[in-house]
Design a protein around this ligand. Structure first.
Ligand code: NDP
Length: 331
């Protein structure tokens, strides 16, 4: 059994040396009510960076020298729990560990005849729910409006943009490479894309792509990219603050534009979003996401990295933009 522990709280961008691998040949046994799980797919997510620091947040920090926990799809290989049978696949918050014992609490069975197992970590999992609920609950989209999405070629962003198109919006995505911008337009049906690394003036490029102004901004990145949107927002615009990956590794307090004048002038709403606060809406969101997927109105990309030992590398690669769509590690 292999486990990955958090060895140091990363300073700046996480490094491989912040993680420690442990291996034991001890067999795991299960008691009544428990199940033995073998990890199949591991989700690596930007928000884990926050849990690696000891700053107070909406979710407790990881403890040093303890295994890291995240979204995982696992196979039940033995069960003494009447709700699960050997051979079932489940998803839930589990450990970066090749095998583990669970009480079954918080685990959901997943059906690989309905969608590939890895999809339950992405479009039919936490990132899909984030896209659907962030856009609908805070963005409150109305057909004909203009939506800008940053981190647009990632797991959340690519789904936000597609839902925007399903709901009749004009959708503009911002991403870090020409290849990603191209993917937005060809695979995900966005109306326009901006490469923030080569744009001379992001604000000007948004103005060109959104001649009617921006009604909804779905923010995955924060920092200067998000500042550029403020110059283009319409009256009663909604700014969904879902993430701020551009500053997750900052070692000093980031400097940004003063947002208040932009919000006042436009009677705009800026609201932070955390998907777990909307759990009562998960069934509604899942039903729409799975229906759109079955109808091929929604598609998704994955970057799949192979091997348990590659988990930290795959996690770090998120901050280098190496993924298109959901970053997944397959064991
Ligand atoms: P992604 O699949 O979008 O992967 C991260 C992407 O971020 C990279 O591919 C990269 O794309 C981009 N990126 C990395 N560094 C920077 C930077 N310095 N500036 C701009 N872009 C950067 O991850 P997710 O879809 O899982 O998450 C997207 C965001 O949503 C994150 O901020 C995450 O924390 C947040 N989130 C929030 C949730 C909530 O409940 N609030 C739930 C889930 C996610 P590129 O090549 O384009 O730079």
């Amino acid at each position: 059994i292999q486990t990955i522990l958090l060895k140091n709280r990363p300073i700046g961008t996480p490094k491989l040396s912040d993680f420690e691998f442990k291996e034991t040949d001890k067999d795991l046994t299960i008691q009544d009510g428990e199940l033995l799980l073998e990890t199949a797919y591991v989700s690596v997510d930007p928000y884990l960076r926050g849990r690696m620091s000891d700053a107070k947040s909406y979710i407790p920090s990881f403890e040093l020298n303890k295994p890291i926990q995240c979204g995982i799809v696992a196979k039940v290989i033995a069960s003494k729990n009447k709700n699960f049978s050997s051979g079932d696949f489940v998803t839930g918050m589990l450990l970066w560990q090749t095998k583990q014992v669970s009480t079954g609490e918080g685990l959901l069975k997943v059906d690989d005849s309905k969608a590939p197992l890895s999809a339950y970590l992405g479009v039919l999992g936490m990132t899909g729910l984030t896209a659907y609920l962030g856009l609908n609950e805070i963005g409150k989209p109305k057909a004909g409006e203009t939506l800008v999405v940053s981190g647009a070629a990632g797991a959340v962003g690519s789904v936000v943009g597609q839902i925007g198109k399903i709901l009749g919006l004009t959708v503009i995505g911002i991403a870090g490479t020409d290849e990603k911008v191209n993917l937005l337009k060809t695979k995900f049906g966005f109306d326009a894309g901006i490469n923030y690394n080569t744009s001379k003036d992001i604000s000007e490029d948004i103005a060109k792509a959104a001649p009617n102004g921006v009604d909804i901004y779905f923010d995955n990145v924060g920092g200067p990219i998000s500042d550029a949107i403020l110059f283009n927002i319409n009256r009663f615009a909604r700014l969904v603050i879902c993430g701020a990956i551009s500053v997750y590794n900052a070692t000093e307090t980031p400097k940004s534009l003063c947002v208040q004048p932009f919000l006042v002038k436009n009677s705009a709403l800026m609201q932070g979003f955390i998907v777990s606060n909307y759990s009562e809406k998960f069934p509604e969101a899942m039903s729409h996401l799975s229906q759109w997927l079955a109808q091929e109105k929604l598609t998704y990309s994955e970057t799949v990295v192979h091997g348990f030992e590659k988990i930290p590398e795959a996690f770090i690669a998120l901050f280098e933009g190496k993924n298109k769509g959901k970053m997944i590690v397959k064991l």
